[in-house]
Design a binder for this molecule. Structure first.
Ligand SMILES: [Ca+2]
Ligand SMILES: [Ca+2]
Length: 172
């Protein structure tokens, strides 16, 4: 009887442990799924060949863009290796630099014109658009203040626009 009781306890306990493990596994699955969505994380894992969670200069040497100077700059705690946050930060920084496109003024003007033309309430109006170094000058006449604001709002959302100088005149 005693023996049976003991077995039951063991079974119950192992059941508990299994549940706990299942719970843990579930949690870490969710977490790693989230992390795997970041391409930087995958690159990090790829470079971290000894899986110690940090990238040594040797591991980073597979990426020629990571020069000694660059590693030193990214290595905020100066331990000679890049942990994931140091690596990611550096990648994000350089990524921003890489993808930062300077939209040309004529491209901005064309985009702004297109956007205004697709807007029903504005397309029949003669709003002229000029762009200089990302600064857009709007001019022309509209029937009310709302249309003036709308035109500025639409144009300000065009990629590369730094500011909108709204010179549109409301016809009274
Ligand atoms: Ca490593
Ligand atoms: Ca470091």
């Amino acid at each position: 009887m005693n023996h049976l009781k003991k077995s039951l306890v063991v079974i119950a306990m192992s059941g508990f442990v299994m549940n706990a493990n299942a719970h843990d596994a579930h949690d870490s699955d969710t977490m790693s799924m989230g992390e795997n969505q970041s391409p930087n994380h995958q690159t990090f894992m790829m470079f971290d060949t000894n899986n110690d969670g940090v990238l040594s200069a040797t591991e980073l040497s597979k990426d020629p863009s990571f020069t000694k100077e660059r590693i030193a700059k990214a290595d905020h705690d100066n331990d000679g290796t890049l942990d994931e946050s140091e690596y990611t930060e550096e990648k994000v920084k350089s990524g921003e630099a890489d993808v930062k496109r300077v939209a040309s003024d004529s491209w901005i003007t064309a985009q702004a014109k297109t956007k205004l033309l697709t807007e029903e309430s504005l397309k029949s109006l003669k709003i002229s658009i000029e762009t200089f170094k990302g600064e857009v000058l709007l001019s022309g006449f509209v029937a009310n203040e709302a249309l003036k604001v709308k035109a500025e709002d639409i144009v300000s959302k065009v990629e590369g626009v730094k500011s909108v100088n709204n010179g549109i005149v409301v016809k009274k």
